[in-house]
Design a protein around this ligand. Structure first.
Ligand SMILES: [Zn+2]
Ligand SMILES: [Zn+2]
Length: 145
């Protein structure tokens, strides 16, 4: 699954975000590019063959730095490990399969961010909306029938 926009090199992205480029940061960013909605464990597994010295802690450190710099978005579907992705600030939503845990991106439901207009805002100034659609993916539905 690739993103809809062409993205600059991992190095460029890290530098643009104002962070120092290190081997493990670059490997983590590359892993995220190949695996949208990856957990820290997924990323560690992808990075390890390249950077043998990588630890869970260094993956978490890189992810936290990226999140703080606005490079990655964290999503936390209930009952799943925290997932990370490079699509930020576009208010997209997620479909999550309740059987296999597959995650897919979906654009905002209809038109221009309608979900930013809740039926009642309780006086909040709304900045973002996160919607998770739960269901069964096509693969799991096929396997069940
Ligand atoms: Zn599934
Ligand atoms: Zn996403």
């Amino acid at each position: 699954m690739s993103t809809t926009h062409p993205i600059p090199s991992a190095e460029e992205m890290i530098r643009t975000a104002g962070l120092r480029v290190t081997q493990s940061r670059r490997a983590v960013l590359d892993a995220l590019r190949d695996n949208p909605h990856a957990s820290a464990d997924d990323i560690l597994a992808a990075v390890r063959p390249e950077v043998a010295s990588t630890s869970v802690q260094s993956v978490y450190n890189a992810l936290n730095d990226f999140a703080a710099a606005g490079l990655v978005r964290r999503i936390e579907p209930a009952g799943h490990p925290m997932l990370f992705e490079l699509r930020v600030d576009d208010n997209h939503h997620h479909l999550v399969c309740t059987v296999c845990g597959a995650v897919r991106d979906v654009e905002c439901a209809v038109g221009h961010a309608p979900c930013l207009t809740p039926s009642h805002d309780h006086g909040f100034r709304i900045a973002a909306a996160e919607v998770t659609y739960w269901g069964i993916c096509a693969g799991c539905a096929d396997a069940a029938s």
